[in-house]
Design a protein. Structure first.
Lengths: 234, 278
């Protein structure tokens, strides 16, 4: 029996007096791969921010398993303008994922450094370790951020549109990497995606949003549901 | 040159100025990268106003200015982070408003006089004996906190959402940066001047970012530039009897120009932006 990691109970989300999402309920277990799909403005990113702990729900509760509540969450946010010309080496960026582990000591430990090298190797970016983050290609940057997210958590990755602006070859590489982590290490994945066709291929669960939940369930059921048929468009 | 060291006020300026330059250079890297460059400018005007009140009331200037400026930095950060006011207009409001209040209060008491000029443009004579120990203690505290929380400060500056999601208390560290900046500004402004102190925050960071690409090197280089420029500026001001603040800033401009030139020759970011690299 797999453990439940996240449970959303009738969550409503919004900004000030505007409601973005209503009555969202779902449950995720260990090693699930959930894709959150929906049109622009459907509230996907808002839900993701809430799951990552950046935003409080207006109503309802999000119950996290004890490990996640302690910050064992790997998050890959959308890129910000600040990062585009930020002077930071790849190693510095990846290492910053280890901060939730060294609560008492303010400096990185040997274990942190080993962890960072391990994940850089898995993502094939070891040779870039002293390159500047801002000089890398989009695909390389995304690998760096994935390595950082893995340093932060071996349990849950939350990915907010990880392939925006990448070309098709790199996109499928990134999807493959994410899928490998899911299968090989049983890491739970929550991914927001525009690309519903790929979502259906790799995820085992789909959450379709349009200001409320249109569909939540297994991928197989989604393909045959009315919401799924309409959105995938045959 | 060595005879300048025989004046106790120069020694005091040397000690306090070096420490303040170090603090402002370290914090400057984070402020510039977070797009908060102008926060130093806003805070220095608030400090001006607080010192004006202290002068009129005959209170110790540092003890009044430090809490007031810390409060102002907290308000600035709050206003701009929850989106009620955009950061730059919040700073402009606070800075011009505080300046007006300060000038009004001072002129009520004594008319526009050398006090105002000293606060605006700085004076090497401003550091009194009693200020030295407080200034040294506070700037050492700023340095210690910065080094202790260096990794967290990097994480919060590079990617605040990620840091928050992994359980780093981003709001606390943002506040820490603001408080440390406030203390640094107050300590430095009487020597460098309220109108010029923010250049101590911006110039070293901008210069070192021309040449270095990893965060740690940028921070170290920025600190080095800042201290060297301060010492050179102090010497120039002694030699030509020029105001210290202005001399330090001019040296900083020269360093910035040299670093830009080196970057340009190496085909760095400026050349790229001008599309000259093809």
């Amino acid at each position: 029996m797999k453990k439940t990691l996240i449970k959303c109970n009738d969550v409503t989300l919004g900004y000030e007096n505007m409601t973005v999402l209503e009555h969202v309920s779902f449950e995720l277990k260990e090693a699930d791969y959930l894709c959150v799909v929906g049109e622009n403005g459907a509230g996907k990113s808002t839900l993701i921010k809430c799951l990552a702990g950046l935003k409080k729900p207006a109503e309802g509760q999000i119950e996290l398993s004890p490990e996640l509540a302690r910050g064992d969450v790997g998050y890959l946010p959308q890129q910000t303008a600040i990062q585009r010309d930020f002077p930071a080496s790849v190693r510095e960026v990846v290492m910053s994922g280890c901060l939730n582990r060294s609560r008492i000591i303010p400096f990185y430990t040997k274990a942190d450094r080993e962890r960072a090298s391990k994940h850089m190797e898995e993502l094939g970016i070891t040779h870039l370790f002293d390159r500047s983050y801002r000089e890398l290609s989009g695909g390389q940057q995304q690998r760096v951020l994935l390595a950082r997210a893995l340093c932060a958590s071996g349990r849950l990755l939350i990915l907010d549109e990880p392939v925006t602006g990448l070309d098709p070859v790199i996109t499928s590489e990134i999807y493959d990497i994410i899928k490998t982590f899911n299968k090989k290490y049983n890491i739970t994945i929550i991914m927001v995606s525009h690309d519903v066709k790929t979502a259906v291929k790799s995820a085992n669960k789909i959450l379709h949003l349009k200001h409320s939940v249109q569909f939540f369930g297994s991928t197989g059921d989604y393909i045959n549901s009315s919401a799924g048929r309409e959105f995938i468009g045959g | 040159m060595l005879e300048m060291l025989s004046y106790p006020f120069i020694i005091r300026a040397l000690v306090v100025g070096t420490l303040v330059s170090l603090c402002s250079a370290l914090l400057g890297v984070n402020l510039v990268l977070k797009r908060y460059s102008m926060i130093g400018d806003g805070l220095s005007h608030v400090a001006f106003s607080a010192m004006a009140v202290a002068t009129v009331m005959n209170w110790a200037p540092l003890w009044v200015a430090i809490p007031v400026v810390i409060a102002a930095s907290y308000i600035l950060l709050r206003l701009s982070s929850d989106g009620r006011l955009s950061g730059d207009s919040a700073i402009a409001l606070l800075s011009t408003g505080a300046l007006a209040v300060g000038i009004f209060i001072i002129s009520m008491k004594s008319g526009i006089n050398t006090d105002i000029s000293n606060y605006m443009f700085g004076s090497v004579l401003a550091i009194s004996k009693s200020d030295v120990s407080l200034s040294v203690a506070l700037s050492l505290a700023v340095l210690a906190l910065y080094v202790l929380f260096y990794n967290k400060i990097f994480a919060v500056t590079f990617d605040e959402p990620f840091a928050k999601a992994t359980g780093v208390r981003a709001d606390f560290y943002n506040m820490l940066i603001a408080v440390l900046t406030a203390v640094t500004i107050v300590l430095g402004m009487r020597m460098i001047g309220a109108l010029l102190i923010s250049s101590l925050i911006i110039f070293p960071a901008m210069s070192s970012m021309r040449l270095f690409k990893c965060f740690r090197n940028v921070v170290i280089c920025s600190a080095a530039i800042s201290v060297v420029c301060f010492l050179a500026g102090l010497m120039v001001s002694y030699e030509y009897s020029a105001p210290t603040g202005a001399s330090v800033v001019i040296i900083n401009i020269a360093v910035f120009a040299v670093f830009c030139a080196i970057d340009f020759i190496r085909g760095g970011s400026i050349a790229k932006r001008l599309n000259l690299r093809k």
